[in-house]
Ligand binder design. Sequence first.
Ligand SMILES: [Zn+2]
Length: 433
Amino acid sequence: MEGGVQNIKKAVEGIVCAVLLVLTFILEIQPSSAIARHLVVCLDGVSFSEFRDLQATGAFRFLRSPSQVISPFPSLTNPAMVEILRPLGSPLARGYEDTYYSWEKDRILGGFISRFREDFIRGTFRELFHFHPSAVESALEYVFPPWSCERAARLDFQRGLERFKSSKVATFLLYVGPTDCVAHTGGAPRLRKTLHFVDRELAKLKREQPETVISLFSDHGNEFGSYRRADPASALEGVGFQQAPDLKSKNTFVMPAYGLVGAVVVFVGEQDVEKTALALSHAEGVAFSSFTRGERVTLIEAGRISEISKRGERLGYVPADPDPLQLGITGFYLPQQWFEFTKNHYYADAINRLWQSSRTDVLNPASLIVSLKPGFYFGSRLLDIFASLKSTHGNLNQEQSAGFAATSRTDLPTHVSAGSLWKVLVPNAAEQR
Ligand SMILES: [Zn+2]
C-alpha cells in the first residue's frame, strides 16, 4: 500500500517537473521567437529627396516607401537627435552644435577639439546608440574630406553591422555620422555611392536573416547647390555692436561658428534682442531672424514683424504683410492642426518649429536664431580651408529640414515630426531596448 502511494507521489512529481520544464522552455523561447530583432540605422544628414530618388531607381527594395522626417529649427543634428531619441531618455543637448555658448559660464565651449574628449559622447544622445564610434574616431573622420568621410561612413556602418550580428539586443541602434560629411563635402554623387554600399550590405543581411526588421532614418535634410558665406556679424557691427567671446561688456554679441550650416545662432544681452534681430533681418543672405520672449515668438524679415503666440493649447500666427512664410493661414490652431496644414509647405511645419526653437532641445538656447536663404551658409572659417561646401542644412526650408525614415515592416505616414518618429518606427513597447 505504502509503495503504491510512493509511486503515485513520484508520478505526480514527475508530471509537475515536466510541466515546469515545458513552461520554462516556452517562457524562455517566447520573447525571441515572437519578436523579430530590429536594426535601426541612423544615416546622419541624408535628405528625404535624396533617399526617395535613390529608392525610385531600385535601391533599398527591402524597405517600404519613405516618410519625411521634419527636423526641428534650426535643422541641425543636436536638436534633431534630442527630439527623435527623447522617448529613450535623451538628455538635452548643451548647444545647437559642438561649439556652443554657455549662459552659465558666459563663454564659448566645446569646439572641434571636444570631439577628442569622451564627454563628446558621455551624457549626450550619442550614448543611446548601441554602436557609435569613439570620440577620437569621430574627430578623425573629418580630417581629409570627402575621402576620409566616405571611408569612415563605410567603416562605421560595417563595424556597427558586425556588432548588431553578435549582439542580442532586441532593438539595436547604429549611428553613421559621416554620411553628413559626405553630403557636405562630396556632393550628391559621392553620397549616392555611400548609400549604394549601405543598400548592398543591408540587402545581404535581409537575405541571411529575413525575419530581421530593418529601419533607416536621418535627422535632417541637406540642400545641394553652390554656396557663399553670409556675413551676419558685419550687420551687427554696422549698428554699433562688437563681436566678443563673452557678454561682459555692453553692446557685444557672441556668435558661435562651427559647421558650415544654413542657420546662425546669436547670443546678446536681454536689452539688445530687438535691435540686433532687426539689424540681422536686413543682412545679405538672411531670410529672417527670430527670437522668443515668454509666450511669444517674433519673426523679422527685412524689418517686417510677424508674431506667433499661445492661447491655451493653441498657437496663433499673425504675419506681416506680405507674409514672410507665405503660409496662407492665420489664426489660432492646435499644434497637430498646424502640422497637418503645413507639412507639405516650403517652410514645413513652420509654426510649431519656430515655437519650439528656443524651448525644447538645448540647455543654452540662443537669444536669436537666423534662418539663411538657400545658397548662403555660416560657420567656422577654418572649415573653409578643408573643403568647398556642396550642400548644407540648418535653415527652416523643406530641403534643408526634411530627413527621411523607412522600414521593412510597414508603410509609414507621409510626414512625421522628429519628436514623433520613434513611436512610429518602434511602436511595440516590448521591442524597446
Ligand atoms: Zn551637417
